[in-house]
Write a protein that binds this ligand. Structure first.
Ligand code: C2E
Ligand code: CA
Ligand code: CA
Length: 831
């Protein structure tokens, strides 16, 4: 390998030396310029040697630029010595450093010396030729010196590019433009320093010596600083990285840290970790940071550069201009510009790979130095993740429910889509089972009993399902059972009833014995649906029917699931028009501070004034709107009217936030935050004027998506409230991580606190937990002052209910408020 390269370099050497001779010959024939002050040639040699020794590394925004100072002796030589002395001084200086100081190989010494000879010849030629044309007053001499430096910079960069290309046997033609241009530009910049030295020398030698000494001191100091600084920077980052990684026990946090640090250290936009599949698993899992800053995990096959990195254990560097076809295809497929993938090792061997991609900035792509840096990062990451159990747990947790150990909803979906994607998909049944009265168990016996109940039900289901069936927990008290290859719907009914009987057998809970009933909905593939989403939805519809009919097991029936009667269908059309015409009416109901009675905000409640049927209440038409795809339009109408009202009041000096109810489906539409933002901008409203009331169930459908959207809304400044709290299954602690401002205790509990000690306990515990979490706790359904006072003593922050007023048309609200303030004092003190 070395021999042919050397031969090629020798070739270049001969060509360069061949060029130097006629160049010098031409230079000698130019009219000689009379140097102002002659410098001994050996002093020029010494300055040349010094310049050769001190290459400056300048740190410009994370990028190190190497800057040679060779222009300084060059300019000195042009002005202060004859051309012959100039050539000799430069060559001797460089020769001394390369051969004696650096002890370079003879061929390298030869290349450097010949290069300097060519450079000096070019400098003399350009300088003297220009002086002959423009004369030799001061500005002309300076211009000639700059031109000579630029020419030398360009020539030298071209030569070096060609030599490197010859050795590496690859040449990017663009480099032949880029490198000389850069070379010329930096040469001119450094030449300024040389010119300054000349000017000083022309004044007084002592001045110049002092200035040169100062300059050298600065250069040495800067160089030492730059080297140290660079080392510190990478050490510091790596140290911080390993420190953060080893200090955090939670898997996700470790992963998040690894990814964040990998992007930071490598200056990349994107990072991913791939974990190789464990025994008995087909696919690897890739973990990355999604747009919402949460971890995203995706199953994937190991191929391309991932395979190269994990099979051979060798790092893979894919630069922006790679010519390797497979790498290009990988970049295109992943929509990346460049990337490095390095293996990730555990104690026993390779466990995966770490990738960074898309280096920041236009100019630089990743290089070998970056590969080494990423390998160091990967080593630290491996240490943090080395614990084999941790990785196993990671793989397991992604697919399983923590409480029962059953596969989770995601795993169920994957299982189903695999089954349905088979060339000959089996006829299969999906059953969704929901426990009856689970909430009461949770509320009356406590969460640990609820948990134990779910675990026992899970165990019973696993033991009772036919062989080959798949049991998953969907969340809350919902389970799913997939029965493959069912011959007839009746078989499923038999299986379903059998499961219900087994689940309903009395089970021990905290010293008590309890019987739990459940309802099952069934959907069949391919009869009812051929895709996972529809299949699950239809099983869900059947389950709700089973629950409402009290019938145990119900198989999906397309006809029965269309509950809208002809009269209701007529309403759908009218409702659609009412929404389109914004003909719905907005009513509002105030929320008041529980201690002072001061009105702090209002809730917007919609009414529909039907031309024939008169006023229709939301409980009647909201479900119709939801079933018929009208809810989005309805929400928008209400939002618009509500924001208009609140901004109107605010302009009149009455700053009250307005709360709008969001239907459960509202949180399934990822465009919601953007649409709310647009509306607020359009109406010139402050986001803090708006509160959105969400229900627990709306967050259960797609918890991750809902959480992400809530973060987005909250970041905008919109307040978020949980409506009807207590009727769902979510515990307050599960809400802790959500960006909430308020919880509203469902009126069914509030209205009972006078009579029922259970209700009183529930309300009290919600108030305690809510206020501990720093949330506003609103009690709705306050119908008299006794209830208000009870709530006030419990520490409830706000109240809402008929006692203040029934919902009133939005236009009448300001007058009501004026009137209310007059009797405010009496209201609070009563009771
Ligand atoms: P919600 O969000 O729980 O609204 C409070 C309901 O409780 C209102 O019924 C209100 O009139 C009623 N209420 C207030 N104070 C008392 C009281 O002291 N005692 C009693 N018994 N009831 C009281 P409304 O206006 O009929 O609304 C019913 C439900 O319809 C609302 O329940 C909400 O879920 C839904 N809804 C109302 N407007 C909208 C809307 O614009 N969009 C959506 N998606 N849903 C809405
Ligand atoms: Ca509400
Ligand atoms: Ca409510």
């Amino acid at each position: 390998m070395a021999q042919p390269a050397n031969r090629r370099v020798t070739g270049v050497l001969v060509v360069l030396a061949g060029a130097a001779v006629p160049l010098w010959f031409a230079a000698a024939r130019l009219p000689a310029y009379q140097p102002a002050d002659t410098l001994p040639w050996w002093l020029l040699a010494a300055v040349s040697a010094a310049a050769e020794l001190f290459v400056l590394h300048i740190q410009v925004r994370q990028e190190a630029q190497a800057i040679s100072l060779s222009e300084v002796p060059q300019i000195l030589g042009l002005f202060l010595v004859t051309p012959a002395q100039f050539g000799v001084g430069r060559v001797v200086g460089v020769l001394a450093i390369c051969a004696l100081w650096r002890r370079q190989a003879p061929i390298k010494v030869a290349v450097n010396v010949v290069l300097v000879a060519v450079e000096s010849a070019v400098a003399v030629l350009v300088f003297h030729a220009l002086l002959a044309v423009v004369g030799d007053d001061t500005p002309a001499r300076w211009a000639a010196a700059f031109a000579a430096s630029a020419a030398v910079g360009a020539v030298s960069a071209t030569c070096i590019t060609l030599v490197v290309a010859l050795v590496e046997r690859a040449l990017d033609p663009r480099d032949l433009v880029r490198e000389p241009a850069m070379g010329a530009a930096t040469s001119v910049a450094v030449a300024v320093v040389g010119l300054m030295a000349v000017v000083l020398l022309e004044q007084s030698r002592w001045n110049a010596i002092l200035a040169l000494l100062g300059l050298a001191g600065l250069a040495i100091g800067y160089r030492a600083y730059a080297v140290l600084n660079e080392r510190h920077l990478s050490l510091e980052r790596l140290y911080r990285f390993s420190q953060v990684v080893s200090a955090q026990p939670e898997v996700d946090e470790v992963l998040q840290t690894i990814l964040a640090q990998a992007t930071e250290v490598l200056r990349a936009l994107h990072a991913e970790v791939l974990f190789l599949p464990g025994d008995g698993q087909a696919e690897a899992v890739r973990v990355s940071v999604a747009a919402n800053n949460r971890l995203a995990r995706a199953n994937c096959a190991v191929s391309g550069p991932w395979l190269a990195a994990t099979a051979d254990g060798e790092p893979v560097l894919i630069t922006r201009d790679t010519r390797v076809l497979a790498d290009r295809e990988f970049l295109t497929a992943e929509a990346l510009r460049d990337s490095i993938i390095v293996p990730l090792r555990g104690e026993a061997g390779l466990i995966g790979a770490l990738m960074v991609a898309d280096r920041v900035g236009e100019v630089r792509t990743f290089d070998a130095e970056d590969v080494r840096l990423l390998e160091t990062v990967a080593n630290h990451a491996s240490t943090a993740l080395r614990n084999g159990q941790l990785i196993d747990r990671l793989r397991y947790e992604a697919a399983h429910d923590a409480l029962t150990g059953l596969p989770n909803r995601g795993a169920l979906r994957r299982e189903l889509s695999e089954l349905l994607a088979r060339p000959q998909p089996p006829t299969l049944a999906v059953m969704i089972m929901d426990l009856d009265g689970f909430k009461q168990v949770n509320d009356t016996l406590g969460h640990h009993c609820g948990d134990s109940l779910l675990q026992q039900v899970a165990a019973r289901l696993l033991a009772a399902v036919p062989s080959g069936a798949y049991v998953a927990r969907l969340g809350g008290d919902e389970f799913a059972i997939v029965v493959p290859s069912v011959a007839h719907a009746d078989d499923v009914l038999t299986i379903g009833h059998g499961l219900l009987l087994i689940v309903a057998e009395p089970l021990p809970l905290d010293g008590l014995t309890l019987a739990v009933n459940a309802s099952i909905g069934v959907a069949l593939a391919p009869d009812h649906a051929g895709d996972v989403a529809t299949l699950l939805r239809r099983a869900d519809i059947a389950m709700y029917q089973a629950k409402s009919l009290g019938r145990g097991v119900v198989v999906f029936d397309a006809a029965a699931s269309q509950p809208d009667s002809p009269a209701q269908l007529a309403l759908v059309g009218e409702l659609r028009r009412a929404i389109a015409d914004s003909a719905l009416q907005l009513y509002v109901q105030p929320k008041a501070d529980a201690n002072t009675g001061k009105v702090v905000s209002v809730e917007a409640l919609v009414r529909w004034l039907h031309p024939e049927h008169g006023q229709i209440m939301p409980d009647e038409f909201i479900p119709i709107a939801e079933r018929n795809g009208l809810i989005k339009g309805l929400t928008e109408v209400v939002l618009r009217k509500a924001i208009v009202a609140a901004t109107g009041w605010a302009r009149a000096g009455e700053r009250l936030s307005i709360a709008v109810n969001l239907s459960p489906r509202g949180l399934l539409d990822s465009r919601l935050p953007a649409e709310v933002a647009e509306l607020l901008t359009e109406l010139g409203a402050s986001p803090s004027l708006l509160t959105l009331e969400l229900t627990e169930s709306s967050m259960m459908i797609d918890p991750a998506g809902a959480a992400a959207m809530m973060e987005e809304l909250h970041d905008m400044g919109v307040r978020l409230s949980i409506d009807d709290f207590g009727t769902g299954y979510s515990s307050l602690s599960s809400l802790r991580k959500l960006p909430l401002d308020e919880i509203k205790i469902d009126r069914s509990f509030v209205m009972g606190i006078e009579e029922s000690s259970d209700d009183e306990k529930i309300v009290r515990s919600i108030v305690d937990l809510g206020t501990n979490l720093g949330l506003d706790v609103v009690a709705e359904g306050v119908e008299n002052s006794r209830i208000w006072q009870m709530l006030r003593r419990m520490g409830c922050t706000q109240i809402q209910g008929y006692y203040l007023t029934r919902p009133i048309p939005v236009a009448e609200f300001p007058a009501w408020l004026v009137d209310y303030r007059k009797r405010d004092a009496t209201l609070v003190t009563v009771g």
